[in-house]
Design a protein around this ligand. Structure first.
Ligand code: MRU
Length: 335
């Protein structure tokens, strides 16, 4: 198991590792209302699609504790925080359905968390055989334990390979503008002694051209039925580069990330965040005052760039996804 846990729930408090402070400070925040949970998701104290979904599920529990009549309002508050991660909506809806049918909301949230952790473990087992004895893996953003509560999606196969005695090396894109790669992925890998090197986002092209990458593995925030997917801004260009250099590009995700209701990537809502995340970092300005900035948080990679989707039950091609998803999720679109 991974040594990192993004959040835990006890005594009607949701404790979350403050991911804005890592790696410089390991600070835990305690959230006791749905409003505080929504704000922690919005300001990225907790982040990464599966972790957002689990946090929102517990946010629903906290909302239920305060006002058992406010089911729909609490769900709306949590849904309004970040539009791209499909897991957010699955986490909210899972507890909402327990709430409105008079079932135990905490049990629903706990089951949801456990299911995400189990699925990520399975992703690790199914993805690990893709890595040779000393595989050099490029990843973007943070799709590790911090982003999924435990284990990770893109990092899970790497963790399993390391635990099995292989020696993976991870190339970690720094991931502008919030540095989830440099700050969070590098921190997680350091915790477990996994060999890695951080690179500026714009160095990935040279790295691939020099044949220093055996495979790319990334996570996803939303995957459509056709296999188009949204992930952290900068993912698309890595996929195009990987194809140009004939390096296989994999996407790892639990079922909650798949959105059967959407066919094409063009339908995925893309979150745009404050321009200040681009014009300054941690309060220090890096652009001239008055220069405008554009800050889309995600981009969309068409399915044609993906060698395989690493899921909890195996690795599938894009054209196999629809059948696999209908078997696992049913036509409702989520588990
Ligand atoms: O904006 P973030 O940090 O929440 O974005 C996270 C990502 O893009 C991850 O790659 C994605 O959520 C997959 S996490 C397993």
């Amino acid at each position: 198991m991974s040594s990192v846990k993004a959040l835990w729930f006890a005594d009607d408090r949701l404790s979350v590792l403050d991911q804005r402070q890592l790696p410089l400070e390991r600070k835990v925040l305690e959230l006791s209302t749905a409003e505080e949970t929504a704000e922690a998701i919005r300001n990225m104290t907790v982040r990464g699609a599966p972790t957002i979904g689990v946090a929102a599920a517990y946010g629903m529990v906290l909302g239920h504790r305060k006002d058992p009549a406010a089911a729909e309002a609490t769900a709306q508050l949590l849904r309004s925080t970040r539009p791209t991660a499909h897991d957010l909506f699955v986490g909210v809806d899972t507890v909402l359905s327990a709430w409105t049918s008079g079932k135990d909301v905490l049990a629903a949230a706990e089951d949801y968390r456990e299911s995400i952790v189990r699925q990520c473990q399975s992703i690790g087992r199914h993805g690990a055989p893709l890595l040779g004895a000393e595989a050099r893996v490029l990843t973007h953003c943070n799709a590790g334990a911090l982003a999924t509560v435990e284990w990770g999606t893109a990092l899970a196969p790497i963790r399993v390979a390391q635990q099995e005695g292989r020696k993976p090396h991870v190339w970690v894109d720094e991931t502008r503008p919030l540095l989830q790669g440099a700050r969070l992925t590098a921190w997680e890998l350091s915790q477990e002694g996994i060999s890695h090197t951080v690179l500026a986002d714009n160095a990935a092209g040279l790295l691939l051209q020099r044949k220093k990458v055996d495979l790319v593995i990334v996570g996803a925030d939303r995957i459509t039925a056709s296999g188009d997917f949204a992930n952290k801004i900068g993912t698309y260009e890595k996929a195009v580069l990987a194809k140009t250099h004939k390096v296989p590009f994999y996407v790892a995700a639990p079922w909650s990330t798949f959105d059967l209701a959407l066919e094409s990537g063009e339908e995925i809502p893309i979150e745009e965040r404050s321009p200040e995340e681009v014009t300054s970092f941690q309060g220090v300005r890096s652009t001239p005052r008055g220069s405008p900035a554009w800050n889309p948080a995600f981009d969309v990679t068409p399915a044609e760039y993906v060698a395989g989707f690493i899921t909890p039950t195996g690795v599938f091609k894009a054209h196999e996804l629809r059948g696999v998803l209908e078997r696992h999720l049913g036509r409702r679109g989520h588990s």
